[in-house]
Design a protein around this ligand. Structure first.
Ligand code: PLP
Length: 445
């Protein structure tokens, strides 16, 4: 078996330009920058663009460690795979949850070592498992027999994490029908892993993206504990609990992140107390990036419909839509966007519809909202556009992705450079194959 005696990792801080991030002038915020950019465009040259504020991610990271100090975040790259996001999180000491060999390569290319990566896709392509192993990524999830056989043939020294079923029925995106083993299946899989001589180091779950229900995590923590118990009886010594993603990315829709954390923490302390030797990690995606990106789209065309009662309905066609930055709406129409007009709020309001640029009728960003009257060329902005937006673009209709500008304010860059020592020092936890911040390290538990 592989030995992993590694020393503490000293994190290097490159300068923002090396990461493709624009360091804003002193006193300029990302909101100021957005307005400055808008003024740079002539009326007939306007195109949708995005401002990605890396400072927002820095603050999310501090909130995470404040609320869940024992839980090491492994950012889910699929949520937003921009280089600036990955490198900012790398500088902050986060780990990474990758779903494919391409994501693994993206993260490694930012100078992140393999010990900061969990391959968290329970159903993987054989070639992906092979390539991950070549790069030293050995910690990975699974939830079925077939995957165990595959891993035993391709990377028999992998450190496997059993993904169990855990569903929040109120989550925006549910994964329960696709991934996760039941308790009964888990028992069978553990027996099988024993026969194949595989190492099972822990349990993971994901309650679904956009969870509204902290109790779903509590239930899943209890179920994970049952699986740890089962595994112990079979002679496994599990060392890792991975509580997945699903945490809210903004504070205005359902319980806040801190409310989730307050409900989770006692359950973790009860079932996996300090001193139990179990390291706890999570795979937050939305939490980190949702509020960091703001999209400004332009109105390409305006149509006015007069209804029988003489009421006017405004139909606006924008230069970004459901096949672009709003792609998740194709899968979940429950997500409601709120366009914000730059016109004064004292102007008369009209019932309005915002459509995307493609030929598909479904390409409707919002079917009814109230806006002051707009004209072609006017800007509308959309907040909280960081999660599953820039990573899910399609090229349908030949439209290009909205240009994204990654920025950071001077104060936030300063905060990043002066992170407390125990957040910025990463320590290998040999039993898991992963490195985590000293503050979350099991030895500190
Ligand atoms: N981990 C896994 C395995 C996922 O599939 C996802 C989302 O699809 C995430 C983490 C990130 O979830 P969220 O963006 O809800 O935090």
């Amino acid at each position: 078996r592989r030995t992993t005696k590694k020393t503490k990792e000293e994190m290097k801080l490159p300068n923002p330009a090396e990461l493709g991030i624009r360091l804003l002038e002193n006193g300029i915020t990302s909101a100021d920058f957005l307005k400055i950019k808008m003024e740079e465009f002539n009326l007939d040259e306007r195109d949708a663009f995005i401002v990605a504020d890396m400072g927002d991610i820095v603050h999310k990271h501090l909130r995470w460690h404040e609320a869940l100090p024992r839980v090491a975040p492994f950012y889910a790259v699929k949520c937003n795979d921009r280089r600036a996001v990955i490198s900012t999180l790398a500088c902050l000491g986060a780990g990474f949850d990758c779903a494919s060999k391409n994501e693994i390569n993206m993260v490694l290319n930012q100078g992140v070592p393999a010990e900061r990566i969990i391959f968290a896709n329970p159903c993987k392509q054989s070639s992906d498992i092979r390539e991950a192993a070549v790069h030293g990524v050995h910690t990975m999830t699974f939830d079925c027999e077939d995957e165990l056989v595959k891993v035993s043939q391709i990377n028999p020294t992998a450190r496997l994490v059993l993904r169990i079923a855990a569903d929040d029925p109120s989550a925006l995106f549910k994964f329960g029908n696709k991934f996760g083993a039941s308790l009964e299946d888990s028992k069978h899989l553990l027996h099988m892993a024993k026969k194949l001589g595989l190492e099972i180091i822990g349990v993971s779950f994901h309650v679904g993206s956009g969870s509204k229900e902290p109790e779903a995590y509590v239930k899943a923590i209890y179920s994970s504990h049952d699986v740890f118990h089962l595994a112990k009886k079979l002679g496994f010594s599990m060392k890792l609990l991975d509580i997945g993603g699903g945490f809210p990315g903004c504070d205005n829709d359902g319980p806040k992140f801190e409310e989730f954390a307050a409900r989770l923490k006692p359950a973790l302390d009860l079932k996996f107390p300090r001193g139990s030797g179990v390291s706890i990690i999570a795979e937050p995606g939305t939490f980190y990036v949702m509020s960091a990106l703001t999209l400004v789209a332009t109105i390409t065309t305006k149509k006015v419909h007069i209804k029988d009662d003489d009421k006017r309905i405004m139909k606006y066609y924008l230069d970004d839509g459901l096949y672009g930055s709003f792609c998740t709406h194709l899968y979940d129409p429950e997500v409601v966007m709120k366009p914000i007009s730059f016109k004064g709020s004292d102007e008369p309001m009209f019932e309005s519809i915002c459509m995307g640029p493609t030929g598909d009728e479904k390409d409707c960003i919002i079917s009814t909202c109230s806006l002051p009257e707009q004209s072609s060329g006017d800007w509308l902005h959309f907040k909280d556009m960081g999660a599953y937006t820039v990573s899910t673009y399609t090229s349908f209709g030949g439209f290009t992705p909205s240009h994204c500008e990654d920025v950071i304010g001077q104060d936030d860059w300063q905060t990043l450079q002066t992170l407390p020592e125990d957040l910025r020092t990463l320590v290998p936890v040999d039993a898991t194959g992963l490195s985590v911040p000293l503050s979350c390290c099991v030895q500190n538990s």
